[in-house]
Design a protein around this ligand. Structure first.
Ligand SMILES: Nc1ncnc2c1ncn2[C@@H]1O[C@H](COP(=O)(O)OP(=O)(O)OP(=O)(O)O)[C@@H](O)[C@H]1O
Ligand SMILES: [Mg+2]
Length: 276
């Protein structure tokens, strides 16, 4: 596999080796034997995966392989699809997120989500961020909310660009700014994990680079999972990669291994562009 090991993709992925020696605690999220069905059709088959706060985890694989389906299982967004059914076990800090006592609204604040198409609320930039903390009772008083708004926008790398126009509509921002606004909105409710489903696919290369930088800055503070069709992006931003194919998790491991020395032929075929 020398041809793969010397590729630009592999060189990129090898950079993630710098992070390999980071000590990890318990996984933030742990999925075991997870199946997801749409009616009779099984879209995800017996997936085991751990998500760590210390690492960014990338989900890759050809269209229709189940990346979004599995991602949505991690914060029970599949509950909103009537035909969807999830079996197996998914834990957040050891707690079963599908247990009957689980507060799903609270869960989705703890495990936030950012979508492919930026979807700011048709409200001011300020209110886009303040809305979640208000409904979750994190802050009521104006100075506290101001504080959360500024902190979240700073953390999402957007503060300097919007601090003088907080009352403008969120929808008036550029696509890249809107996506950072959505990340700030997820951050505002103090999440533990942020799930991103192809967050850059609607963005130009400059806006994409900004989001990738941001993801790197957020690593370690939040568990981050990113679905991407760009293998270059997976190699740049992640330290763990999961390769899905036809509803199966074919291979999960260090990003550097997946891109230089994959254990499975199907992984090698995908990363060398033989299909997908
Ligand atoms: N709401 C739904 N109802 C029925 N089947 C669905 C639904 N959503 C997805 N599926 C099916 O489940 C399988 C996995 O789809 P999913 O969207 O998770 O794939 P994906 O890997 O995210 O693909 P892409 O890269 O194109 O986004 C596909 O066969 C898809 O047709
Ligand atoms: Mg998808």
């Amino acid at each position: 596999m020398a041809d793969i090991a010397d590729s630009p993709l592999a060189n990129q992925a090898n950079k993630s080796l710098e992070h390999e020696n980071v000590e990890t605690g318990e996984p933030k999220m742990r999925a075991r034997d997870v199946d997801v069905y749409y009616g009779q059709k099984k879209a995800i088959d017996s997936v085991d995966i751990d998500v760590y706060t210390e690492f960014v985890t990338a989900f890759i694989g050809p269209s229709g392989c189940g990346k979004s389906t599995f991602l949505r299982a991690l914060n029970r967004m599949n509950d909103t699809i009537p035909s969807a059914r999830v079996t197996g076990k998914i834990e957040l800090d050891g707690e079963d997120i599908y247990a009957s006592g689980m507060d799903v609204v609270q869960l989705r604040a703890r495990v936030g989500m950012v979508f492919q198409k930026p979807n700011p609320f048709p409200k001011s930039i300020y209110d886009n961020i303040a809305y979640g903390p208000k409904i979750h009772g994190l802050a009521d008083a104006k100075p506290d909310l101001d504080n959360i708004v500024e902190k979240s926008l700073r953390r999402a790398g957007l503060w300097d660009e919007v601090k003088d126009r907080l009352s403008d509509s969120g929808t008036a921002l550029s696509g890249g700014q809107q996506q950072r606004l959505c990340i700030a909105r997820a951050i505002a409710v103090d999440p533990e994990v942020i799930l991103m489903d192809e967050p850059c696919s609607a963005l130009d290369p400059i806006a994409t680079a900004k989001i990738e930088e941001l993801i790197d800055e957020l690593r370690g503070r939040y568990g981050i999972v990113i679905v991407t069709h760009s293998m270059q992006q997976a190699a740049r931003v992640s330290q763990r990669t999961a390769f899905f194919h036809l509803g199966n998790l074919v291979e999960y491991g260090h990003t550097s291994d997946i891109f230089t020395n994959p254990a499975e032929q199907r992984t090698q075929d995908y990363i060398t562009g033989r299909y997908g």
